[in-house]
Design a protein around this ligand. Structure first.
Ligand code: NAD
Ligand code: DAU
Length: 356
């Protein structure tokens, strides 16, 4: 039985937290391409190392867009922002998102991912006309053996400080909907890739290292499996859930697109070679096996049947078209890469908003 909302939700003003990051910015760019969305967007972002306003530059209708620099833990500022702009929906992307960083320093993850989500939920508890969508990850379900896939009913078994902090935030969302009756939806997505991804994550790191003939660091035996989804497909899935997902429900999002890291890297090498004229075998020689990530989850796979069945979600990109588009973007956007790598993108932020 379909459990969707009978009338799709419509929003006059969406507060997008973390809208200067990789997926949040893709969502904002996506929103401004949707003719049925005529409302305003407030991009609320603390501009940590992962936040870059270049990611939305030129892609928004300025008459319907505002940027507020703020921390999601700052409940008063979130509340004031909601009141000032008449926010009726929050989409929460703001997070510390990189597993390796969570192993080196878990504190920021607990602060932003747990306390930040708590703070947003408190705002919604005080203003229950606001619908709250929480963007989460498949990593909350832990690690799979060679078969099977995560469903919405899979038990939570987070293994890294990052996934534990995301799991805690998911539980808070569920508890607030259950206890206080606020309107929420939640999505747990697999690994994203695409343009504007910060080059600490596997795919952009590998592309950039190939372009500079640097070693390609493969953790462990390279046989850890991830389920990859092009970022614009994730944006579309969130928009579908936000509009029509049943209040109180969760949706798993994925591309049915599992790849062991080493096989994915081989495919990426072929595409970079074709797109840049470099020798594929010279690129293969750059592969370097390095020490494994502590507690490295072996395999993720998402069963996306529910969002496919109830909301009609289908990814528009397969791995070949998605990777090619991604490689072409990084090859064509040396300026963005240079500013991210040199830290120059921070200069503009500091000039306009002060140091952090
Ligand atoms: P990202 O690291 O690229 O961006 C995070 C954004 O949040 C940045 O703009 C940063 O400045 C902002 N931010 C961080 N702390 C903040 C705070 N305290 N207050 C306000 N803003 C803050 O992350 P991403 O890859 O775009 O991920 C976005 C969301 O999607 C996260 O919640 C992540 O857990 C989830 N997710 C990511 C993936 C993936 O593959 N990247 C997959 C599934 C789910
Ligand atoms: O599954 C969704 C999650 O995907 C998101 O919730 C996270 O925010 C996102 O960062 C991502 O987590 P992963 O740890 O899977 O992504 P990452 O790009 O860091 O690594 C992908 C795989 O590649 C993983 O098995 C580790 C491996 N890896 C990664 C890096 C950075 C390498 O082998 N070498 C590397 O240099």
């Amino acid at each position: 039985m379909n459990e969707i909302e009978k009338t799709p939700r419509s929003f006059r003003c969406l507060l997008v937290t973390g809208g200067a990051g990789f997926i949040g910015s893709a969502f904002i760019r996506y929103l401004f391409r949707q003719p049925e969305f005529t409302g305003r967007v407030v991009n609320y972002d603390a501009l940590t190392y992962a936040g870059n306003l270049e990611n939305v530059a030129g892609a928004v209708d300025e008459s319907r867009y505002e940027f507020v620099r703020g921390d999601i833990c700052d409940r008063d500022l979130v509340l004031r922002t909601c009141e000032t702009f008449g926010v009726d929906g929050i989409v929460n992307f703001a997070a510390e998102s990189h597993v390796d960083r969570s192993i080196l320093g878990p504190g920021a993850f607990v602060q932003t991912n747990v306390m930040g989500t708590f703070s947003l939920l408190e705002v919604v508890r005080a203003r229950p006309s606001i619908h709250f969508h929480h963007v989460s990850t498949d990593e909350v379900f832990g690690s799979l053996g060679p078969t099977g896939a995560f469903t919405e009913e899979s038990p939570y078994q987070p293994n890294s400080p990052y996934s534990a902090s995301k799991a805690a935030s998911d539980h808070l969302v569920r508890a607030y909907a259950h206890t206080y009756g606020i309107s929420t939806t939640l999505s747990n997505c697999s690994n994203n890739y695409g343009p504007y991804q910060f080059p600490e994550k596997l795919i952009p790191l590998m592309i950039l290292n190939m372009l500079e003939s640097k070693p390609l660091p493969v953790y462990g035996d390279g046989m850890n499996v991830r389920d990859w989804l092009f970022v614009d497909d994730h944006a579309e899935a969130i928009w579908m859930v936000l509009r029509s997902g049943k209040a109180g429900s969760t949706y798993n999002v994925g591309g049915r697109n599992e790849w062991p890291n080493l096989k994915l890297l081989e495919k990426l090498i072929e595409i970079v070679a074709e797109e840049t004229g470099r020798s594929a075998s010279a690129l293969r020689d750059l592969i370097t096996f390095v020490k494994d990530r502590p507690g490295h989850d072996r395999r993720y796979a998402v069963d996306a049947s529910k969002i496919e069945r109830e909301l009609g979600f289908r990814p528009r990109h397969d791995i070949d078209s998605g990777l090619r588009e991604t490689v072409r973007w990084y090859v064509a956007n040396g300026g963005w890469i240079e500013r991210v790598r040199s830290g120059a993108y921070r200069d503009w932020i500091e000039k306009n908003y002060g140091a952090r």
